[in-house]
Design a binder for this molecule. Structure first.
Ligand code: URA
Ligand code: SF4
Length: 247
């Protein structure tokens, strides 16, 4: 690993020499005296000679390693009641990354996201815009362990679990993120606003377009009112991805 440090230092010295030469040449052309500048080369060095990854840290993990980290995680109290952790699954890279709240009963038993009633409904949503949960789609949750009696995950639990999701998004590189329900929307977008206020437009998270819609479980409870807005939101997802829906 010290090899890489030496390489970075050598590169840094070469680039500085080069920049100095250009600076001197420019000074000569401008007929001015040259004063040596201080350069911050860290960004270009990170590209040319990336610092070694810490494979034991979340930031250095690939999806497989990250999943193993989650499987043995006890960073919050939700670890106590879980049967299985639910890391998430799907394609990486993905066209859409769907993010829900946290595992429910079925998910906790199976270790897979969105496999209960809400999951079935979500699958039909994806189908309606010609997407398949196993093709080009990645599905994950804000928290990876089931909250007792499906209560909302608390702030400290969401915060404890967030680094996993952040790394997951980095690795999944979705073209678009679809946030399902209040917990997902408020946590990722760091806002107190509800779904009603957040849906109906594109947001951006670290450059990635984000669409917010209602949680399928909520829509199952209030189909009459929520079906139509969800369909509009799904059309927004399709539009961004260039998926033709016909009429
Ligand atoms: N609800 C969620 O938010 N996530 C799941 O994985 C299942 C149900
Ligand atoms: Fe760890 Fe997340 Fe499970 Fe809490 S919910 S124990 S932070 S994996």
């Amino acid at each position: 690993m010290s090899d890489q440090k030496g390489r970075r230092e050598a590169l840094s010295a070469s680039i500085e020499t080069y920049l100095d030469l250009i600076g001197e040449a420019e000074a000569v052309i401008a007929g001015k005296p040259y004063t040596k500048e201080e350069w911050d080369l860290s960004t270009i060095l990170d590209v040319l000679a990336p610092p070694p990854l810490d494979l034991d840290s979340i930031d250095g993990a690939n999806l497989r390693v990250l999943e193993a980290m989650v499987a043995s995680c006890s960073k919050c109290r939700l670890c106590e009641g879980r049967t299985m952790t639910v890391f998430g699954e799907g394609s990486a890279p993905a066209r859409v990354m769907v993010i829900g709240e946290g595992p429910g009963y079925e998910e906790d038993k199976s270790g897979r996201p969105f496999v209960g009633k809400a999951g079935e409904y979500l699958e039909s949503w994806l189908k309606s815009i010609h997407l398949d949960r196993m093709q080009g789609v990645y599905i994950a949750n804000i928290v990876k362990c089931r909250p007792p009696n499906n209560r909302d995950p608390q702030t400290d639990e969401r915060e404890a679990c967030m680094p996993y999701l952040l790394r997951q998004i980095q690795l999944v590189k979705p073209q678009l993120i679809l946030l399902l329900g209040r917990t997902a929307a408020q946590t990722l977008l760091n806002t107190e606003q509800g779904v009603g206020a957040l849906r109906g437009r594109y947001h951006r998270w670290q450059g990635i377009p984000v669409v917010v819609t209602y949680h399928p479980a909520a829509v199952l409870r209030n189909t009459a009112e929520l079906r139509r807005p969800v369909w509009e939101d799904l059309k927004r997802v399709a539009a961004y991805l260039g998926i033709e829906l016909g009429r």
